[in-house]
Design a binder for this molecule. Structure first.
Ligand code: OGA
Ligand code: MN
Length: 386
């Protein structure tokens, strides 16, 4: 887990000021003016000496099941491990060309709908959150590039929870606050977990994160799931990001890597409970408005075997407009071990407060207000500890 030389000096000076090594590097990559040097950030699609290809067991997923989820056949997947991080797997965009579009449409149109829960439920009356897609689509379609215009409600969406709904205040899941986990996402997750050697994985909770170019995700460990033995799956769509993967303590320097549209991460075994964060969203390198894998029109027809219906040209117009300056991330978790239940000793679910603690986790850029205003303990306070 060697730190890039650019960060080593900075980390040394920060540590003298009592700042932990993870936070130093988080701040380094979050900075936009001047932008951080990205030369030591791992790009799995380009190769790196810290990265090694991993052979997946081809029999673990049939071509038919892969196709149903919009995925390439398993023999075409490019999977990688990372030196010093056993249990961490990175899969470079295994989606079929033109088929990520369907998952993006689900994230923007279907998954924010009731009975799923979103950040806007805490601040807005139910009639305004009943269908974010319907109330935003025309506004998004008309949105002029590079013009500051009033944000649609969809652009105010920060998170959606699925299945067992994560409670941001108690930092717990409970049997009382649960809705059906979407069948299509469950199937996609099972395809990925089977392919990666976790045939027993049961998707039970999802947290979807919606980022814009000035968003970041604070340093945290996902430790709220009583079942820590199952992997955590993470899917990325839209613009790219820098993802920092650290160690079991914040004193260890994290490794920076790029996550592009379609990429999937699996955190399992010794990597399941490591600190991580997203300090920065980046436009896909190359300057196009959308990454090439999303620039094609959506593929497929209603009779194809994919379990998600095709994304129409009109729907994609709205999604594409949204993704010009956004990234969507879906994380899927197993909460309880097979046959497990929530312990009776658990606190009752806290009432939903209007100002949720989630505001401490999904961070908006502070640079406009002056980076110096980020006090020494702010990120510690803002840490989301799952
Ligand atoms: C999370 C998470 C990372 C990402 O939701 O817990 O770590 O890539 N997301 O957005
Ligand atoms: Mn996480």
């Amino acid at each position: 887990m060697a730190a890039p030389s650019c960060c080593r000096k900075m980390a040394a000076s920060g540590l003298e000021n009592g700042e932990d090594a993870f936070r130093m590097i988080f701040r380094f990559y979050k900075k936009r003016n001047p932008p951080a040097d990205l030369s030591s950030v791992i790009d799995f699609s380009r190769g790196d000496s810290r990265v090694r290809p991993v052979e997946l067991s081809v029999g673990a997923l049939t071509d038919q099941d892969a196709l149903r989820a919009g995925l390439q056949s398993l023999d075409r997947w490019k999977a990688y491990g990372l030196e010093g991080y056993p249990g961490f797997l990175f899969i470079s965009n295994p989606f079929l060309p033109g088929w990520q579009h369907r998952w993006v449409r689900q994230c923007l149109k279907s998954y924010p709908r009731k009975p799923n829960v979103c950040n806007l439920d805490l601040h807005m009356s139910p009639e305004h959150t009943v269908d974010l897609w319907e109330s935003s689509k025309e506004q998004l379609r008309r949105k002029a590039p590079n013009r500051r215009s009033q944000k649609s409600v969809l652009e105010k969406l920060r998170w959606v929870t699925l299945g067992y709904h994560y409670n941001w205040d108690t930092k717990k899941y409970s049997g009382e606050h649960q809705s059906a986990f979407p069948g299509d996402l469950a199937e996609l997750s099972r395809c990925v977990s089977r392919a990666c050697g976790f045939p027993a994985f049961t998707p039970q909770a999802g947290i979807l994160n919606y980022y814009h170019m000035d968003s970041s995700l604070g340093i945290h460990v996902d430790e709220s799931e009583p079942d820590r033995r199952s992997p955590l799956l993470s899917f990325s769509f839209g613009q790219s990001c820098i993802f920092l993967l650290g160690g079991p303590s914040r004193e260890l320097q994290p490794t920076a890597m790029l996550m592009h549209s379609g990429d999937i991460m699996v955190m399992s075994g010794p990597s399941r409970l490591l600190y991580h964060a997203v300090p920065r969203i980046l436009s896909f390198p190359g300057g196009g408005l959308l990454p090439p894998c999303l620039s094609e029109p959506p593929a497929g027809d209603p009779s194809d075997p994919c379990l998600v219906e095709p994304c129409s040209a009109q729907e994609w117009e709205v999604c594409a407009q949204y993704l010009r300056d956004s990234r969507v991330n879906m994380t899927v978790r197993q909460v309880l071990e097979e046959g497990g239940s929530f312990s009776v000793a658990q606190d009752p679910a806290a009432p939903m407060s209007r100002v949720s603690k989630e505001d401490e986790y999904h961070l908006e850029d502070t640079e406009a207000a002056g980076e110096e205003e980020v006090g020494p303990n702010l990120l510690v306070k803002r840490k989301k500890s799952f």
